[in-house]
Ligand binder design. Structure first.
Ligand code: AR6
Length: 172
């Protein structure tokens, strides 16, 4: 399995599956979510609405993941996952790890070979970048399995990139 870091925009990636840092409504938002819906076009939202009308009437729970078409993105699927909002008063790390684990499980079920992740929860949801990077790298290393052979973390900005570099440097 290769684990790589890329600086840039996740919506510009060519991979089988792009992971979206969504919210439980599945109906869009800012950050990665906004960019994915803008670039993926209306087919992504239409699929999300279908999910809400069927198995996800109450939305997607924090830590879970579900796939839709990728619309106009250069990918086959978008895997939507809902990260936890950072809280000083409560350790929600297991929910953040679950986002990576569940997204990889969905990717495996789809037969995806390559998956691009953003740094889930580290934007609007306020998770400290160093900790978010440690959880992301550790969980992906533990959970990745065939047919997923390539995982790419796509990072916006130098702070995110260097945090993930530090996390990768820790021996598995
Ligand atoms: N490509 C790669 N990384 C990005 C991009 C991009 N195009 N845009 C932002 N980032 P966020 P969250 C980085 O806020 O914290 C939405 O409204 C960003 O700098 O997208 O999980 C949803 O609907 C940060 O490091 O996701 C939810 O309501 C990381 O991606 C909520 O935000 C994640 O930032 C989810 O918040």
């Amino acid at each position: 399995m290769t684990l790589e870091l890329v600086r840039g925009d996740i919506t510009a990636q060519h991979v089988d599956a792009i992971v979206n840092a969504a919210n439980s409504s599945l109906l869009g938002g800012g950050g990665v979510d906004g960019a994915i819906h803008r670039r993926g076009g209306p087919a992504v939202l239409a699929d999300c609405r279908r999910l809400r009308a069927s198995h996800y009437g109450k939305g997607l729970a924090t830590g879970r993941a579900v796939a839709t078409t990728a619309g106009l993105l250069d990918a086959r699927w978008v895997i939507h996952t809902v990260g936890p909002v950072w809280a000083q008063s409560e350790d929600r790390s297991e929910l953040l790890a679950s986002c990576y684990r569940e997204s990889l499980r969905v990717a495996r079920e789809l037969g995806a070979k390559s998956v691009a992740f953003p740094a889930i929860s580290t934007g609007i949801f306020g998770w400290p970048m160093d900790d978010g990077a440690r959880i992301a790298v550790r969980t992906v290393r533990e959970a990745v399995d065939a047919p997923v052979a390539e995982v790419r973390f796509v990072l916006f900005g130098d702070d995110a990139y260097t945090a993930f570099e530090r996390a990768l440097a820790v021996a598995p």
